[in-house]
Design a protein around this ligand. Structure first.
Ligand code: GLU
Length: 295
């Protein structure tokens, strides 16, 4: 199957328009990494790739409240590293960024949204693990985070690591691996669970909780945005390999995404995506990309 897509000129116009929009909105992040969309793409008939390319559009689940990874902008389009990774994958299907429908996924509804077909893929600080692999499949990883702890600036309670969970009020998110870690290892902890991390950050600011626990990169972005309020302990105690969630059993689509990821590691687009988003917010250079796990 051969699918003709937008001309390069139109795609370029779209990118120019997007760049103009974000600077008007007072965007302080790095420059738009501008993924190029090929004019023609070719896929085997009957595959998810052929269907999506034929539609010229796709639906992506991502976070809307996590600075640096997926944060909804004033123009109602999410921005962040996960968003850029999704755009790279879409571009390889011949789909331009403006033809992606973004759907907010929170930690607890990522598997259900994939199962129900509400999204074609999920790129949302999504840890690859065996429990989730029973329900969905993962391409990747494209980044490896680690669970950490954020406290009030100055760390007044002297929190050092997870052992402090027995003595403090800690906040995390329903359906997340960090919440699971606390429940499993510190079952008596005073754990508050919200739907989204921004609500935990607010609760910490208001003094309703003493700490927020989730992946270090999510917390670092919150700290960077409000260093007078928050501080990161900076002592990660788990490994959280981020994958792209796809419907269970779609091995061709998973393998295609793995190819795209590996290519993006090689051609610099992965690094450009990092530098323009999470890297810019947290002022950290791109790490070495991880090895894709083609299980
Ligand atoms: N990476 C962890 C997870 O997938 C925490 C971040 C999140 O909840 O999105 O559960």
């Amino acid at each position: 199957m051969r699918v003709r897509r937008l001309t390069a000129a139109l795609a370029a116009l779209g990118l120019v328009a997007l760049a103009a929009c974000s600077s008007e909105a007072g965007d302080t992040e790095g420059s738009d990494p501008s993924v190029e969309v090929p004019e023609e793409v070719e896929f085997e008939e009957g595959t998810t790739m052929a269907e999506l390319a034929e539609d010229g559009a796709m639906t992506v689940g991502t976070k809307f409240d996590q600075p640096g990874f997926g944060l909804i902008s004033p123009s109602d389009v999410p921005e962040g590293f996960d968003v850029e990774i999704a755009k790279i994958i879409a571009a390889n299907l011949g789909i331009a960024a403006e033809d992606i429908e973004w759907v907010e996924t929170v930690s607890a509804n990522r598997e259900p949204f994939l199962e129900q077909g509400r999204v074609d893929m999920v790129v949302a600080t999504y840890t690859i693990n065996d429990d989730r692999k029973e329900i969905i499949d993962f391409a990747g990883p494209y980044y490896v985070a680690g669970q950490d702890i954020m406290v009030e600036a100055g760390n007044p309670l002297g929190v050092e690591g997870p052992e402090s969970f027995t003595d403090i009020r800690v906040c995390s998110v329903n359906g997340s691996t960090p919440a699971g870690f606390v429940q499993e290892n510190y079952p008596d902890a005073d754990l508050t669970l919200f739907a989204e991390y921004s609500l935990c950050a607010e609760a910490l600011k208001n003094g309703q909780v003493d700490a927020v626990t989730t992946d270090n990169v999510i917390l670092t972005s919150f700290v960077s945005q409000d260093p007078d309020a928050f501080e990161l302990i900076g002592n990660p105690f788990t490994e959280e390999p981020y994958g792209i969630g796809v419907p269970k059993g779609d091995d061709e689509f998973r393998s295609f995404i793995n190819d795209v990821l590996e290519e993006s590691f090689e051609d610099g687009s992965w690094e450009a995506a990092w530098d323009a988003t999470a890297g810019a917010i947290t002022d950290t250079p791109a790490p070495e990309p991880p090895s894709v796990d083609r299980y």
